[in-house]
Structure formats: structure tokens, C-alpha cells
Design a protein around this ligand. Structure first.
Ligand code: ADP
Ligand code: MG
Length: 551
């Protein structure tokens, strides 16, 4: 099957060739002829199936370049999506002189949008709210409209735009062609389809509903043993990846997590709805241009994001429902590539995991975290390759001469100098992870791990504080982790003060505190209230959030 046989004009075939599309995707194969004929369409397909071209190419082909008025309107749930669709339509319209595309969305300046609308732009792509605005102001008139597209209709429903969408629908000319795309078909969308589509071509791809692309491998990790941040870092270190999206639940969480990942050497940035539009666009562009690799995002802003280099989607925090999950993982496996989706599931979240499996009709496979041994083996091999690679550089002579000279001067063999160099290299950041002694045989390591944990609970080491003997805390205690450590300049006294004040605990309820490099552990009552937990997560010490969590 090729694009030539679908009935598209030459002018558009040229643009398709420039884009490098070789064969139409299934939804394109079926939508293009139907829309070219002027029929209405109901398209149910996952993200990443090529819907933009499926409606964009045939509908653009039907526009009149001489007529300077809105002829095609696309409604999309978010500004990001509207911009993305507008950009794609612009590239399709490359061979159609006189056709211009205008994105209109909330947060964008009115002045530019008004100017573009005044100039007679034929294709408008917008978010429902802003489109309504312009219609009410009279700056957007739909009397010449030939086609209306509802893109990601289920998302518009989820985001509460359904009344706006209906309002727009009721104000479009009766003869207007209508295409509705949705990954899922909730009743409210079905109703709109039934009321407004005229004997539509109904296309379902991939078994419809919330099925997920087969190109995406879906796994889950039951959160246990180590914290989610460490787990994420381990997986990222062990798996070959390019672009990565990490989903977090709240705006604040995206910021914290992005900072933590930066602290661990990843090129990560947050993307959330508090950021001004321009900054959000820059951040996505930076991901696209390989200037960063990780985006830590909330659902809303990442919806529909189309960056082909995304190899991994992490559900760091659970999605709120199965449909959000489907949309999240649709950010990978784009444009015919393979993708990986990894879900972190705490014990109490297992019900949602089952819900996801039911909705997608696919089982997620459980994954083991890469072990410290595996990671260290990798680090060792990578170091080996770096060394042998360095010797292949053209310019090693000067270094060779320098080392020969120093070796004589220090009366040390080259081997000792190599050891010294390696020591310097790993001074700040050791090559090997230390969770278990690297060279210990397996039996020993297993016998050791439980003991090492116990050691945490026992007061030992220089920077510790004992719970007052006289006032023994009542009730069971637990070890919590806080995100401030030696590097932030924290002292046990700061922590006791902050914790006592923020959570209203007496100092007797605060047990052993151990300060580590980049975090600390503190013993607190097991039965902290949700309010206390919240206060301790967000309290600041040494200008850092505590981010208290159970170890
Ligand atoms: P959807 O709207 O279904 O999520 P998009 O229209 O955003 O999907 O397309 C997803 C990606 O696939 C885009 O990067 C797009 O350029 C690419 N694409 C679309 N159609 C084709 C095709 N026929 N061949 C190759 N790539 C395509
Ligand atoms: Mg799309």
C-alpha cells in the first residue's frame, strides 16, 4: 500500500515524500479516502497511530486557497497538542501556497492570534476555551467552515471541555464535514458522535478501546526494598535509553524529582502546568533537540506529546485511572519505533494495576530491578571501554612523554601512576555502587544484608543522636528518610528542631538520626498522621525540602 493510491493530490504527495512517510498507517489508509469523499468519520485509535495525517491530508486537500476565511477547525485538548497539530498541518500544507495554519490557545497572546485570524487563515487549530472566546468576540467566524475535527475527544471530555465542544459544534454550519477521533469511547463521546455525525465511516484500529500498541513493552516494578528514586536511577543506568518521560502526580513533585535526577547526573527538567507556555515549549524543544534526556511531567502537560526519541515512559507515580495510563504510555513507541513502559506499583496500588490490565486487555510483566552487581559489572565494562578508547585517540604522544617523565621523577612504575589517576577520577564519585560489598561472595552477601539494615537502627557512628533514655518513646518506631544530608550542611540538631516544630512531636518521639552524604535517616513513630507526614514531606531544612518517606 502506498500513499499514491489513496487519491491525494500531487501537491500533498510531495509533502508526504519530504516527510519521509513511506506507507500509510492503517488509520490513514481508511480515513483518507473517506474524508476525501466528504464523509464524516469516527476514528477510534491509540495515540501514535498517525491520526494527524489521517485527517490533515484529506481535509487540507479539500480547502480553497483563494477563500481567505476559516475553512477547517481542529479542536485539541491542550495547547501542546494544538501546537503540535498546527505544526504538522503546516508541514503537510507545504505544497499548498496560500493556505495558512493558525494555532489559538489559552495563554498565547491575543494580539498575534487576532492578526493571524484577520489575515484570513484557513486552518485553525485551537483549544476549546480559546476557540469559544474568539467566536464570542467575533474574531473567529465559522460560516465558511467546511470541516471540523475533534482530536482526542476523550481527553477533552476528561479535562472538562465537553460543554465547550458542544457549544462549538452547535455553531458550525450544517453542511460541515465532521471527524471525531478518540482513543476510547466513553458514553458522552458516543452521544456526541450519534447526535452530530452523519452516517460516518467508523474506523477502529487495534481492537479499539484502550488497547495499547504492541510496540510498547509494558512492565511493572512492585515498590519494595529501595525507594522509587533509586529504583528509577538503577533502571535508567541499566537499560539503554534515549528520551525518557517520567510521570509524577503533582506539579511540585515534577520539580522535586527533576532536581533530584539532576543531582544524580541526569539531564532532566520538569514540565508542568505552572510553567508559562513559552517555557513549556522551550522545555519540550530541548528534549526534542537532545539537550535534555528526561522530562518529569504531569499528565496534563504531557498529553499527546509527540517526540519520537522517547524510548521509556516511567509511571513513577501511579496514574489516576487506566485511561490516563494508556495516554501516558502512548508517549513512547512513536512513529513505528519500539517503546518501554514501566509502572511503579506500591502494595496499596495493586487494584489499579489490575484495572489497567483489564482495560488494556494486556498483562504487564513484573520486572526485577537490576542488581548492584549487574550495575557494577556494567560500570566496570564501561570504564574498560573508555580506557581502551582513550588510547585510540590520535594525540597520546604528549601524555605518554609526560607520564614517562613523572614516572622517573617520582620513581614510580607506570602502574602506580595509573592507579593514582584512577583514584583521582573516582575521588568524587566512586565507580562502584556500595550497597553491598562488591567482592563478597554471594552467601556472605545474603547473610549480611539483614544485618546491615539492623545496623541502621542501632546508634553507632559519629554523627548520631540517641533518643533520651529517660523518656522512651511510646509505640513502635520506623525509619524514615529525609532528603537532606551532609552535602547540604545539615546537623542532627536542625532536623530535630524542624521535625519537632513541623509535626508537633516531642523530642522524645524522635529517635536515632543518621546523617549520610545526600540524605539522612531518622527514627520516628510509626503512626504519624497523614497531616504530619505531609508537613514533614514539605518542611524545609537547609533550604531543602525534607521529602520524608518511609525507608
Ligand atoms: P496520533 O495523533 O495518532 O497520536 P500522530 O499523528 O501524532 O499520531 O503521529 C505520530 C507520529 O508518527 C508522528 O511523528 C508522525 O510524523 C509519524 N507518522 C504519521 N504517519 C506516518 C507514516 N505514514 N509513516 C511514518 N511516520 C508517520
Ligand atoms: Mg494526535
Amino acid at each position: 500500500m502506498s500513499f499514491d493510491t489513496l487519491g491525494l493530490p500531487e501537491s500533498l504527495l510531495g509533502a508526504i515524500a519530504r516527510l519521509g512517510f513511506e506507507t500509510p498507517s492503517p488509520i490513514q489508509e481508511r480515513s483518507i479516502p473517506a474524508l476525501l469523499e466528504g464523509r464524516d468519520l469516527l476514528g477510534q485509535a491509540q495515540t501514535g497511530t498517525g491520526k494527524t495525517a489521517a485527517f490533515g491530508l484529506p481535509l487540507l486537500a479539500r480547502l480553497d486557497p483563494q477563500l481567505k476565511a476559516p475553512q477547517m477547525l481542529v479542536l485539541a485538548p491542550t495547547r501542546e497538542l494544538a501546537l503540535q497539530v498546527a505544526e504538522a498541518l503546516e508541514t503537510f500544507a507545504y505544497g499548498l501556497p496560500g493556505i495558512t495554519v493558525t494555532p489559538i490557545y489559552g495563554g498565547g497572546g491575543y494580539r498575534d492570534q487576532l492578526r493571524a485570524l484577520k489575515s484570513g487563515s484557513q486552518v485553525i487549530v485551537g483549544t476549546p476555551g480559546r476557540v469559544m472566546d474568539h467566536m464570542e468576540r467575533g474574531s473567529l467566524r465559522l460560516d465558511q467552515l467546511r470541516a471540523l475535527v475533534l482530536d482526542e475527544a476523550d481527553e477533552m471530555l476528561r479535562m472538562g471541555f465537553i460543554d465547550d465542544v458542544r457549544w462549538v459544534l452547535e455553531r458550525t454550519p450544517a453542511a460541515c464535514q465532521l471527524a471525531l477521533f478518540s482513543a476510547t469511547m466513553p458514553p458522552a463521546i458516543k452521544t456526541i458522535a450519534d447526535q452530530h455525525l452523519k452516517s460516518p465511516e467508523w474506523i477502529r484500529i487495534d481492537g479499539g478501546a484502550a488497547s495499547t500498541g504492541e510496540r510498547i513493552r509494558q512492565r511493572y516494578w512492585p515498590v519494595a526494598g529501595i525507594n522509587k528514586l533509586d529504583a528509577l536511577c538503577r533502571i535508567l543506568e541499566a537499560e539503554r535509553h534515549d528520551g525518557v518521560i517520567v510521570f509524577a502526580r503533582t506539579k511540585q513533585a515534577t520539580i522535586n524529582l527533576a532536581e533530584q535526577l539532576q543531582g544524580r547526573g541526569f539531564r532532566a527538567e520538569a514540565l508542568n502546568g505552572d510553567m508559562p507556555q513559552a517555557q513549556r515549549e522551550t522545555t519540550v524543544a530541548r528534549l526534542r533537540e537532545h539537550r535534555i534526556d528526561l522530562l518529569v511531567a504531569t499528565d496534563v502537560v504531557a498529553r499527546g506529546l509527540d517526540v519520537p526519541r522517547i524510548t521509556h515512559v516511567f509511571n513513577y507515580d501511579m496514574p489516576t485511572d487506566p485511561e490516563a495510563y494508556v495516554h501516558r504510555i502512548g508517549r513512547t513507541g512513536r512513529a513505528g519505533r519500539d517503546g518501554e513502559a514501566i509502572l511503579f506499583v506500591a502494595r496499596r496500588e495493586q487494584g489499579l494495576l489490575r484495572g489497567i490490565e483489564r482495560t488494556t486487555g494486556q498483562r504487564l510483566t513484573m520486572m526485577d530491578l537490576p542488581s548492584v552487581d549487574d550495575l557494577n559489572q556494567r560500570r566496570r565494562d564501561a570504564f574498560r571501554d573508555r580506557l581502551s578508547g582513550a588510547l585510540k585517540h590520535a594525540e597520546t604522544d604528549a601524555n605518554r612523554a609526560l607520564l614517562a617523565e613523572l614516572s622517573q621523577e617520582l620513581e614510580l612504575p607506570a602502574e602506580d601512576l595509573a592507579v593514582a589517576l584512577a583514584t583521582l577520577m573516582f575521588e568524587k564519585e566512586p565507580l562502584f555502587l556500595k550497597a553491598v560489598p562488591v567482592r563478597a561472595p554471594r552467601e556472605m552477601r545474603e547473610a549480611r544484608e539483614p544485618r546491615a539494615k539492623q545496623g541502621d537502627r542501632k546508634p553507632a557512628g559519629k554523627r548520631e543522636r540517641k533518643a533520651g533514655k529517660a523518656a522512651r518513646p511510646a509505640g513502635p518506631m520506623k525509619i524514615y528518610r529525609v532528603a537532606v544530608g551532609e552535602t547540604h550542611g545539615v546537623r542532627p540538631g536542625n532536623l530535630v528542631g524542624a521535625i519537632a516544630n513541623e509535626a508537633g512531636l516531642s523530642s522524645a518521639q524522635i529517635g536515632v538520626i543518621r546523617i549520610h552524604q545526600d540524605h539522612s535517616t531518622v527514627q520516628l513513630p510509626e503512626a504519624l498522621s497523614a497531616k504530619q507526614l505531609h508537613q514533614l514531606r514539605t518542611a524545609r531544612v537547609c533550604q531543602k525540602m525534607l521529602e520524608l518517606e518511609v525507608v
